[in-house]
Design a protein around this ligand. Sequence first.
Ligand code: ZN
Length: 469
Amino acid sequence: MPESTWEVVIGMEVHVQPRTRTKMFCGCAIGQLGDPPNSNVCEVCMGMPGVLPVINKAAVEACLKTALALDCEIPRHTKFDRKNYMYPDLPKGYQISQYDLPMSINGNLELGDRRVRIRRVHLEEDTGKLIHAGDKLHKAWESYVDLNRAGVPLMEIVSEPDLRSADEARDYAQGLRTLLRTIGASEAEMEKGQLRCEPNISIRRYGADDLGVKTELKNINSFRALHRAIQFEVARQVEVVESGGTVEQETRGWSEAEQRTFAQRSKELAEDYRYFPEPDLPPLELDRAWIEELRRALPELPAARRARLVSEYALPASDASQIAADRELADLFEAAAKAGADHKATANWIIGEVAPRGKLPTPAHLAELVTLVATGKITRDQGREVLGLSMDNGHSPAQIVAERGFAQISDESELRAIVESVIAGNPRAVEDYKAGKKQAIQALMADVRTRAPQANPKIASAILLELLK
Ligand SMILES: [Zn+2]
């Protein structure tokens, strides 16, 4: 049976580290990846008896901003709960999280023309890390505990099962990252573990109302791995069901080396955690005036900006989506457009040339470059080179064109001489062209570019066609 018999249903849990200086319930610094083990710890995050946690206001603020940007409702009352379980990286024997009264509920994230419902955004704390050392030969295995991460704040953003493919799941995670960076709630750097994805995946026959049994993939920390892992898991579930088996409800990991998912443990039920209200923290009654202040202070969100790039600058929707997905690119686009550059040409340069370089020119330089190319002063190929030079040495594109003698040859008699030499030098291609192989023109134009990189391609190709008649 083909895979298209099956509908894929995905919900996502995303853990995001809010931008704060200190941990969730103590004054310890967040620290950096690579800090010596147990260098950012205190009695509270080490779980010593008799200590009391204190709520980090900056983390609450980041969580509320995120919730507001996701159009969530913020209930009046919220509280923290203990999630009890035993693991060596959790010295307290419980994690402080939020259970039945999360900080926010019922939001949504707009992705182009799709809307993904958000179930809740709540706050919790991260756990520590186990480090295993030793060697197989001597069987001297030892395990160490590093509590630098223990107590680091995390926002958990939970979606409804509204995603239908690996592509949509990746778009959702990327959209979320853009939103978090735009509002300044998190740097959301996946390679630093600041944004981790846990997709819940199930399949069902098209038209079925009931959800299939889901598996949850843990701690995926790149968009590429997210996409691959979901594709693998969907194919695996289809194979299990089509060969007469049943999908087990379980937690699975992703092996980057083997490019496959593997079973980790069967999923705990909520009652296994014996949640109860955290007795050492007061329930919070959120100040409505503060929330309204945070709402008013939100910057323009990516979905609104995407719509405005279309309405205000007449960009095609696909260009607007790509540019609005990165706040810095969007700022660059608008500043260059305001400096007088052609809007569509500026968008093309940003998507095709600036974004892949991972480094930004100044808006004034980009505007100047776009105009130099658009008005035919230099060719597009020269424009690419000028852009690189300008970003390296900081000189303006016009200055570089003058310094390096870049200028497009638009003089017709000069171009005619170049084209004549190309025709003389490529008898085979000329013969092919005359015999009806119209694509031979490409080879001849390529030779024009080799002999005279500055040749205006439009005029040169017109002369070429004329001479070949
Ligand atoms: Zn601490």
